[in-house]
Design a protein around this ligand. Structure first.
Ligand code: 9WN
Length: 446
């Protein structure tokens, strides 16, 4: 599409060239020597899945930064293959983000990089991002970067497959809500309720997020007390993944995380082929992930995918947007695709050719839907971007176009915010957010 006017929900023309400039300026302002911060105020370090989405955006304007972004992240990969969800910038003052390096203590663990990191992971969207970045800028420098990254991307998958398949069912288990990327989703309410913690412990800490964002939008102190209790349990176990089933307080198989895990094998198959390597093993693994997702996380009663709480071996009840993520798997059986498309189009999520409201992160008909609180209703561009990819993958271009228009509309109306009000589209959270800018560039270029 050329720069010019697209019809929008608000009826007026959208200045696409102006939006593109805003997105590039936002990425430029968040660029920090070898990576892009999600937000200068709220998240001033490097985050794992943010960097993947951001690399997709950089590939449109400065491909060398896309490769720097991914390369700097994988420099922090642990010897066991895990890619930490936060890589701390040592130049920042103590307290620039909570919880900082003093809580994670990665340096005390063998096989960790020289820089401080967290010990958790995030959804493995990096192989897909690397493939898309290369497709956008297929030059020799990109191919060389892809060649350097490939073994690290394979090791990331190996870590997840070998150390995190706690149930032995072919799916990856997340050990903390932060690993899902949708930290405060209602999907985690049931498993989180079983985590023993007292909100009063938060008196000993200074939360950084509520100094920069409205406390009414953020997780509660009790949520944070539980987050810290789970981190402490994992850290005090040396971040070792053996024996997790015996006592780790949070063990959940997430449909989005596992969809990303399967999509990564599909992407690695394509990357292997580009590099002249054999893609066959990746395809076999991708098939297995899709089969396991369908077998373990699809709920025929609701017609969507639900997380499985491994401590109770039950699917959680909340219907969240996580359930739509398996659409990104090209080999998802048609029956399940149809069910997810119906779920996406239902009043719960409202995906349509012409959307009157943005895609929410939670069933908007649920009594505990919250329009303002983190991941409990608001609309995020990375989620819409993934669902749109899924709709395109499965031949639903009109719905994909509706979602695209709705996302562009959000940024046109409010700027590159972190997330958006699911009814009014008002901008919420950080006003200059990395992945919003990056994925907008990707959407505009399509
Ligand atoms: C904890 C950086 C990250 C995103 C997550 C989002 C939020 C952190 C926080 O910000 O999480 O990792 O402090 O709330 O939930 O998806 O990667 O943008």
């Amino acid at each position: 599409m050329t720069a010019g006017a697209v019809p929008t929900r608000t009826g007026g023309p959208t200045d696409l060239a102006g939006l593109r400039r805003l997105a590039v300026a936002t990425l430029d302002a968040n660029w920090e020597h070898d990576h892009t911060v999600p937000s200068r105020t709220l998240y001033p370090h490097q985050w794992s899945w943010d960097s993947a989405f951001i690399a997709v955006g950089w590939a449109h304007v400065r491909p060398e930064r896309a490769w720097q972004e991914l390369t700097s992240l994988f420099r922090a990969q642990w010897a066991d293959g895990r890619v930490p969800h936060i890589v701390f910038n040592p130049a920042l003052r103590v307290g620039a983000y909570f919880p900082g390096p003093e809580l994670w203590r990665s340096a005390d663990v063998e096989g960790t990089p020289t820089m401080d990191t967290s010990g958790l992971v995030q959804p493995p969207v990096h192989a897909l991002a690397a493939l898309l970045a290369y497709r956008r800028a297929p030059d020799p420098a990109g191919l060389a970067a892809l060649r350097r990254l490939y073994p690290a991307l394979v090791a990331q998958q190996r870590y997840l497959a070998e150390r995190r398949d706690v149930a032995g069912d072919g799916l990856v288990c997340v050990v903390h809500p932060w690993e899902s990327g949708l930290d405060n989703s209602p999907a985690w309410d049931e498993p989180m309720a079983a985590v023993d913690a007292d909100a009063a412990v938060m008196r000993a800490y200074r939360r950084h997020d509520t100094a920069h964002a409205d406390a009414a939008h953020r997780p509660t102190d009790l949520d944070y007390a539980r987050y810290l209790a789970i981190v402490a349990a994992y850290r005090d176990h040396g971040y070792a993944d053996r024996d997790l089933a015996d006592g780790h307080p949070f063990l959940v198989e997430c449909p989005l995380f596992n969809a990303a895990f399967g999509a990564a094998e599909h992407a690695l198959a394509e990357i292997a082929a580009l590099l002249g390597a054999d893609p066959a093993a990746h395809r076999v693994r991708a098939d297995r992930v899709t089969e396991a997702l369908v077998r373990r996380l699809y709920d025929p009663g609701t017609g969507t995918f639900q997380p499985r709480d491994l401590r109770t071996d039950r699917l959680v009840g909340a219907r969240t947007v996580l359930g739509l993520a398996p659409l990104i798997l090209p080999d998802l059986p048609a029956r399940h695709v149809d069910a997810l498309v119906a779920e996406a189009r239902s009043p719960r999520f409202g995906v349509a050719r012409w959307m009157d409201r943005p895609l929410p992160t939670y069933d908007r008909t649920a009594p505990d839907f919250e329009a303002l609180r983190y991941w409990r209703g608001p609309s995020w561009l990375n989620i819409g971007w993934l669902v749109r990819r899924g709709l395109l993958t499965h031949g639903r271009p009109e719905l994909a176009a509706g979602l695209r228009r709705s996302m562009i509309d959000l940024v046109a109306g409010a700027g590159c915010h972190e997330y958006f009000h699911p009814d009014t589209g008002a901008g919420l959270g950080s006003p200059a957010f990395g992945w919003t800018a990056a994925l907008l560039l990707d959407l505009l270029a399509d």
